[in-house]
Design a protein around this ligand. Structure first.
Ligand code: FES
Length: 169
């Protein structure tokens, strides 16, 4: 469960005039077969990368619906990173290509309602590409840091249900 209190605490500190250092809160959905193993490899090769990415292992990026991404943002994440196998290498068939279509649609929709589309990103890695995974995570963290916290007011309160058709279910 994602804790949404961090942003609220941040806003409260800003209102009180406290000088707080903003730390982006990014949730990463990693497919078990390539991305999660790449993330594991980052630790093995001891390459430092952002500590602001909370990773969640999933069976395939094809399981990550726009509804879940919106719920994650609504719950307090400033960004969502979905990482799967390279095109043509999905262990579940074409789940990564489904994810590509869904996330592309979601990003267009976000832009229309005034949310930076780069708050939701999709990337590919192989299990052997630990360094690449770290670069993707660091690059996204930098982009989110520049954007600042996500204002949850922009997210439709019933956005999950109104976008459920995008999930293909
Ligand atoms: Fe990795 Fe489908 S199994 S994206």
């Amino acid at each position: 469960m994602i804790d949404c209190r961090v942003n609220h605490g941040y806003n409260r500190d800003i209102q009180r005039g406290h000088n707080v250092e903003y730390e982006p809160r990014i949730v990463g959905f990693l497919c078990n077969w390539c991305a999660y193993r790449a993330a594991d490899l980052v630790g093995t090769i001891r390459k430092p990368y952002t500590a602001n990415l909370r990773t969640i292992r999933c069976t395939c990026t094809g399981r990550i619906s726009p509804e879940l991404i919106l719920r994650t943002l609504k719950a307090g994440a400033d960004g969502v990173l979905v990482v799967g196998c390279h095109p043509g290498e999905c262990h579940r068939g074409d789940g990564n290509l489904k994810a590509l279509r869904r996330i592309s649609m979601l990003r267009r929709l976000m832009e229309q309602v005034g949310i930076e589309p780069n708050r939701v990103q999709l990337a590919w890695t192989a299990a052997s590409e630990g360094a690449r995974f770290a670069e993707v995570a660091d690059r996204m963290e930098l982009q989110i840091r520049q954007m600042g916290p996500l204002t949850n007011d922009l997210l439709p309160s019933r956005g999950a249900s109104s976008l459920s058709s995008l999930s293909g279910r």
